[in-house]
Design a protein around this ligand. Structure first.
Ligand SMILES: C[S@@+](CC[C@H](N)C(=O)[O-])C[C@H]1O[C@@H](n2cnc3c(N)ncnc32)[C@H](O)[C@@H]1O
Length: 446
């Protein structure tokens, strides 16, 4: 074996198979799902990415399932339905199913929307196992060279890449394409979706890159530490087998229904059925576009097939970044935001992108619309829990929770409390020392 990934992947599976799965088959209640762990921070997913379903794909920015349990438990009205307009890894929706609450969620990233839907779906195990056998046999016997798949990808993806760098060695990419083709031949769309997202969870491990911070970088010595292509299909088979164990163990969770919408919550949220509670964490206005983090999965699994589809997806995301040219809505008016906008416009020449002030203004316009929609979806006294984070540009501090609190009354919501969750380091460009706060803000429908 030439390689680190083969080792990483197989070790990863051995760990899951022998230690976690066999001793860690849980059950359908919330407490069984979280395995009695004690989360010391509700806002982060510390350790939660090892939970059944959550380990299908690492999602650093998830909040903890206990946040949903706490919101439901302390709600002044009974919670039968809960919505999250920024689904991410599906923490809210999945936790809801374990808590006996019917979830609705929206996610703009098609890979993540499928990941959430795959976690929430019900399955019959025997046909899944048969399909797994069929897919791995077909992929293993395939002689396809994946030429048509490779043509759809950016040049940087597959060897020979650009300037002697590529994300996937050609033999590895060919194995992934063979698997993808075999998966897509399956007739049952629920099985196709499950297998595709489980393959998605392995994509970074098969690449020559690691994902960190705001994007990806090549692994150290990646040229010497190549991925063994013969590991691709067995690693996939192991991941599916592990997921089937989790699906089986948690099949008795009290709610099995859900609504998962793929698209832009700015357009879709107001159209949801009424709910008793909303819990979400929108992207922060820190110029970070989640599309970058999921770039490899989006392209390698065929969710993106052209630069236009990439641009369309970026435009559908919240106005929290300047990765794409688009028209930014005007900032809503409230004294604290007016002051922030004036300060940002004053330092516009010092900013690394002149569109940042407009982006920040549009961010609050987007969130104001979501607050208005929240007020329409909730009954009187129903709560909306938003986890938000501050940002800073050229020493101008964008106090997100405070600005949202000022915007709430005009949206028909009152603010019950703002609780600090943790502090985030400002970006290295800004010295990296000063801390920005992340807050939970609880709104209530008046
Ligand atoms: C902070 S993450 C949410 C994490 C989630 N709470 C969890 O625990 O996994 C924000 C998510 O919002 C999504 N997003 C960004 N813009 C969106 C939009 N306009 N509509 C729906 N989702 C959007 C991003 O793709 C990202 O997955």
């Amino acid at each position: 074996m030439t390689t680190a990934v083969a080792e990483r992947a197989s070790l990863g599976f051995r760990r899951v198979a022998s230690r976690e799965i066999l001793t860690d088959v849980r059950g359908g209640s919330f407490d069984e799902w979280i395995g009695g762990r004690v989360a010391n921070q509700l806002s982060t997913n510390q350790g939660a990415d090892a939970l059944p379903f959550q380990r299908w794909h690492r999602f650093k920015e998830a909040f903890s399932p206990e946040l949903i349990a706490e919101a439901v438990r302390t709600s002044p009205i009974p919670v039968r339905r809960l919505a999250d307009p920024f689904g991410g890894s599906g923490t809210s929706a999945l936790a809801c199913q374990f808590l006996g609450v019917e979830p609705s969620t929206i996610e703009v990233n098609p890979f993540l929307a499928d990941l959430i839907a795959a976690k929430l779906a019900s399955y019959r195990v025997a046909p899944l196992l048969t399909a797994l056998g069929r897919v791995t046999r077909k992929a293993g016997a395939s002689r396809a060279r994946g030429a048509q798949f490779a043509r759809m990808l950016p040049k940087t993806f597959v060897e020979p890449g650009v300037k002697d760098r590529w994300l996937f060695d050609l033999p590895v990419a060919v194995e992934i394409f063979r698997l993808r083709a075999a998966i897509e031949e399956e007739v049952d769309p629920t099985t196709v979706r499950l297998f595709r997202v489980l393959l998605g969870g392995l994509i970074t491990g098969f690449s020559n890159a690691v994902v960190s911070g705001k994007g990806r970088r090549y692994r150290e010595n990646w040229q010497e530490r190549r991925v063994d292509p013969t590991c691709v299909i067995p690693t996939f088979a192991n991941a599916v087998a592990a997921a089937i164990v989790e699906i089986t163990a948690c099949a008795t969770r009290p709610v099995k229904t859900s609504t998962v919408l793929h698209g832009d919550s700015r357009a879709l949220f107001a159209g949801l059925q009424p709910v008793d509670q909303i819990v979400c964490s929108p992207p922060y206005p820190n110029s970070f576009d989640y599309t970058d983090v999921y770039n490899m999965e989006l392209w390698m699994l065929g969710y993106l097939t052209s630069s236009e589809s990439n641009a369309t997806l970026r435009r559908a995301t919240l106005s929290s970044h300047v990765q794409i040219s688009r028209t930014f809505d005007a900032a809503p008016r409230t004294p604290m935001l007016d002051k922030t906008m004036r300060a940002l416009n004053k330092v516009a020449d010092e900013l690394w992108d002149p569109r940042i002030p407009a982006m920040v203004g549009a961010y609050f316009s987007d969130l104001q619309k979501l607050l208005q929609a929240s007020a329409r979806l909730l009954p009187k006294r129903g709560q909306a829990w938003f986890v938000v984070g501050d940002s800073q540009y050229a020493n101008v501090h964008v106090k997100v929770a405070k600005i949202l609190a000022a915007l709430a009354p005009s949206a028909g919501l009152s603010v019950e409390r703002i609780a600090p969750f943790r502090s985030m380091r400002v970006s290295p460009q800004q010295s990296g020392r000063h801390m920005l706060s992340e807050d939970l803000i609880v709104f209530s429908r008046r």
